[in-house]
Design a protein. Structure first.
Length: 113
């Protein structure tokens, strides 16, 4: 499974960004993780094949995860960004049947004035 993530960049506090991640095949679940310098990778949000979503408390109400199964693509709309959201964001998917996990290459999000 190949994953292509995009949409990162530099934004001021309070700004917005939208991340995208496209998989080469249809997948069961999709998720966004992030890793800040010196910290462990953490789960930001996930979305199941039935549309069920989950969010880390730090982003709930500001971030929205969605998926377009016709395009095998997942999105993360990030609003009201804060400096503490600065990290490399990784997409992760799990395949049908075996639930094997695959990672995208990461996209940098920097929130700074």
């Amino acid at each position: 499974v190949q994953l292509q993530a995009s949409g990162g960049g530099l934004v001021q506090p309070g700004g917005s960004l939208r991340l995208s991640c496209t998989a080469s095949i249809s997948v069961f679940s999709m998720a966004w993780y992030r890793q800040a310098p010196g910290k462990q990778r953490e789960l930001v949000a996930h979305i199941m094949n039935d549309g069920h979503t989950g969010y880390d408390d730090s982003v709930r109400g500001r971030f929205t995860i969605s998926r377009d199964d016709a395009k095998n693509t997942m999105y993360l709309q990030m609003n009201n960004l804060k400096p503490e959201d600065t990290a490399v964001y990784y997409c992760n998917v799990q395949t049908w049947e075996t639930l094997e996990s695959y990672w995208g290459q990461g996209t940098q999000v920097t929130v700074s004035s």
